[in-house]
Design a protein around this ligand. Sequence first.
Ligand SMILES: *Cc1c(COP(=O)(O)O)cnc(C)c1O
Length: 401
Amino acid sequence: MKSKSKGYFGNYGGMYVPETIIPALEELEIAFNKYKNNKEFNSELNLLLQTYAGRPTPLYFAKRLTEYFGRGKIYLKREDLCHTGAHKINNCIGQALLAKRLGKKRIIAETGAGQHGLATATVCALFDLKCDIYMGKIDIQRQELNVFKMKLLGANVIPVESGSQTLKDATSEAIRDWITNIKHTHYIIGSTVGPHPYPTIVSYFQSVIGKEVQKQVSKTPDYIVACVGGGSNSIGIFYPYVWGNHVRNSRDYSLRNRPLLIGIEAGGTSFKNGHHAATLSLGKPGVLHGSYSYLLQDKNGQIQEAHSISAGLDYPGVGPQHAFLKDKKIVTYKTISDKDALWAFKFLSKLEGIIPALESSHAIAYLKHLMPKTKKNETIIVCLSGRGDKDINTVRGNHKL
Ligand SMILES: *Cc1c(COP(=O)(O)O)cnc(C)c1O
């Protein structure tokens, strides 16, 4: 194991990986730096984001939600309207275009709830790439419909039977596969996690969310709220306000005209070990899946099981950029329980006719705490990271309407 000096956000991030995958990470970093400013790459990316993924997504003024609280104006950034139902497709299109330019013919990915697997299988169909998705055996049973969709799209879903048979183990298996097949295979990581350069690449491809918001608002918003699993939809919407052009140099984080940025973690059923996924709020720094960041771990450094009602937040790690933003107090992190997320799921459905993903419901639920502090002339933007179709069975089992 080795970590080079590259890809750090303060102390966090790095490349804590076996020597054998360093060349592939470096190759990926070089390609990313070359193509992110390449005209032809960007016109292909932007055309697909527009005509395939459905961008730009609307910034919707939630009138009834606003009236309900009677304070600031609430807007929803509608990532739920993206193709495949969430923001994940933004990153998958970008990484698939990089993989194509690297001449890779095979894609692998990990998935928990199946949302990232679905987005990956989708771009592999689009670009005619062979696709293997690692998924915990328990998640395969829980997410039958997404497994069927991935197969329909031509992907091979590989069950992972080690450990807790969920996302963490699927990620470990995907990394193992990559080490063996690195020459022809690109690994599409689904969030701002993993070794450098992944957090940087994923946050860059998701920054389209925040860049659109900047164009859609007439003044800088006062608050931006987003849920945090690995951290990609939140980093995406925070991006221009954290590392945008108006942040003059990397030390200048004291931006005067910045919205209050709030990341919402999964508080689960309680703050006891194994009952939540509040990594930043309750974890400690350590190394998992190739980078140094906050983790849920016991006093011997063993990774703890995470729990959340929303599979997309059910991960014991979090991206290194968030660890840095937390320590620097640039972003505030709060938790929302399973119970309150369920409330918000039902609440937004009835009030606005929008069924949110359970992940996004955590951000909506936080409005209960935030709105009483806001003023009439203030604006609040919530990142609605995905739609709730995938969660209907979970909610049906948990809630009497
Ligand atoms: C995967 C997922 C998340 C969590 O991932 P981030 O990388 O933290 O954004 C949130 N919302 C939805 C709808 C998801 O599918």
